[in-house]
Design a protein around this ligand. Structure first.
Ligand SMILES: [Zn+2]
Ligand SMILES: [Zn+2]
Length: 214
């Protein structure tokens, strides 16, 4: 079974995201997705709560601010603390039975891992719809993935409902969280998608400002 999953979405449990649980499921369905990984900044609480409240396929995850860049952990049941070394972060994710994804490894304006990628990761996020500059980032990330022989995945890094699904990973798996992450680990997946249009990004920034000062 081919599942279409956006592996990188922030809900309002992230300080910089506008997405409510309702919007998450609404836009995911609208984009024809079969599932979504919730990857809030340094907390898994929202992901676990939302996964319980909906029958839509939610992969509980977390985007961890390690000392050397952001790392996504998927299929976890508890948070992994921020500000640990890359090695220790990977160890914690694996000990907890999750998989580790090097997200947006080569971009500007985000905490990127750059030289800290290794084959200890389970996959590389080759397409990140919020990456800048987009084409450069995709090319460089693809090269890294092939150098280390790692599976390639994609996610939108959405912080605003309409951004969900601009990138997605096709995963050859049954309709269950553990099956999905096992398939990714084995490389039974492929990255797809495009950049979020600038107009949509501006709209999001305006809405975030409005929330802060309005
Ligand atoms: Zn990030
Ligand atoms: Zn993110």
């Amino acid at each position: 079974m081919q599942l279409k999953i956006d592996l990188h979405v922030h809900t309002f449990y992230s300080h910089d995201s506008l997405i409510t649980p309702k919007e998450l499921v609404f836009y995911a369905k609208k984009r024809g997705l079969d599932g979504v990984a919730i990857t809030d900044h340094d907390t898994i609480d929202g992901a676990l709560k939302i996964a319980k409240e909906t029958d839509f396929l939610i992969i509980p995850g977390i985007e961890i601010s390690s000392l050397n860049g952001h790392i996504i952990g998927l299929s976890l049941h508890e948070s992994v603390p921020p500000e640990l070394s890359v090695d220790e972060t990977l160890e914690r994710i694996h000990e907890a039975g999750g998989i580790a994804i090097a997200c947006h490894p080569v971009v500007f304006f985000k905490e990127s891992l750059k030289g800290h990628i290794s084959s200890r990761f389970d996959a590389i996020e080759v397409i990140n719809s919020s990456a800048f500059p987009f084409d450069y980032s995709v090319k460089r990330s693809q090269k890294l993935a092939s150098n280390f022989g790692l599976p390639c995945v994609a996610g939108s890094d959405a912080h605003y409902g309409p951004e969900i699904g601009h990138a997605y990973t096709l995963v050859d798996a049954e309709f269950r969280v553990d099956e999905v992450v096992t398939a990714i680990r084995k490389g039974l997946c492929s990255p797809h998608g495009r950049a979020i249009p600038l107009s949509m990004r501006f709209k999001k920034e305006l809405l975030l400002l409005k929330r802060r000062f309005g």
